[in-house]
Design a protein around this ligand. Structure first.
Ligand SMILES: C[S@@+](CC[C@H](N)C(=O)[O-])C[C@H]1O[C@@H](n2cnc3c(N)ncnc32)[C@H](O)[C@@H]1O
Length: 230
């Protein structure tokens, strides 16, 4: 398992890209992004980002495990493991993906949200969803909502959701997030994630990335009112 630095990789690509003729910059960035998301991750997470998140969570209580669903190559999970070590807070990282790649940065087991039901009590765990698949009326992925529901059924109360909120997670997941989970306001002061700019790759969407740290509400919010008061 090799842990090269993803941010360093992107900065090196950008440096070389700037030296190329204009017409070649876009194809290089496109290919570099494609390689980066498969070798590293969809989010350009750093150990510093992971440290900020864990410091906030460890202020709430102690945790013994991060359970990641849809971990891909496990780079983001590696940054959390590294950050936990540096904070001297032992934290087991359990990563699942229904189609794990061959070379991963942490051990990634083959598994889908139903695996969470086999883990027992999750009250001391943090659920991690990083760029969970997008699901809307035209697609069928319910991975994010299934994982969240399974986690809560096992007593889980804390979640980290990283991704472009317009391009990741299914509709039910976003409904659950709104009604059942409370975002820690401190999240908005976190250092922003570095992103691959879509226009530099000839693309239009998927250029936002954000970190959300959530706690399960004691009582869900009532559904938003659809009646007008005017
Ligand atoms: C956009 S990728 C994000 C991967 C990784 N978290 C990252 O940030 O690079 C979505 C991942 O979800 C996985 N996935 C999709 N549906 C799944 C399911 N039902 N159960 C487990 N993993 C799933 C895919 O195999 C893929 O690796």
């Amino acid at each position: 398992m090799q842990h090269k630095d993803y941010l360093q990789y992107k900065k090196t690509i950008e440096r070389h890209c700037a030296e190329l003729p204009k017409g070649l910059q876009c194809p290089l960035m496109y290919e570099a992004h494609r390689w980066g998301v498969s070798r590293f991750a969809w989010s350009i997470m750093t150990v510093a980002n992971a440290t900020e998140i864990l410091q906030l969570l460890f202020k709430q209580r102690s945790f013994d495990m991060i359970v990641s669903m849809g971990a891909g190559a496990g780079y983001v999970e590696h940054t959390f493991r590294q950050a936990a070590q540096e904070l001297e807070q032992p934290l087991q990282v359990l990563a699942f993906d229904d189609n794990p790649p061959r070379n991963c940065h942490v051990e990634v087991s083959k598994g889908s949200p139903s695996a969470i039901a086999t883990l027992g009590d999750q009250s001391g765990s943090i659920l991690l969803l990083c760029w969970p698949p997008f699901g809307d009326a035209h697609t069928t992925s319910t991975m994010a909502s299934d994982a969240t529901t399974a986690f809560v059924a096992q007593g889980g109360k804390y979640m980290i959701y990283i991704g472009d909120v317009h391009a990741t997670g299914d509709c039910k997941f976003h409904e659950l997030l709104w009604s059942n989970w409370e975002l820690y306001p401190e999240t908005q002061w976190f250092q922003p994630l570095e992103v691959w700019v879509p226009e530099s790759m000839g693309l239009l969407y998927g250029g936002y990335d954000s970190i959300g740290v959530y706690k399960l509400r004691d009582k869900p919010l009532p559904p938003p009112s659809t009646t007008s008061t005017s």
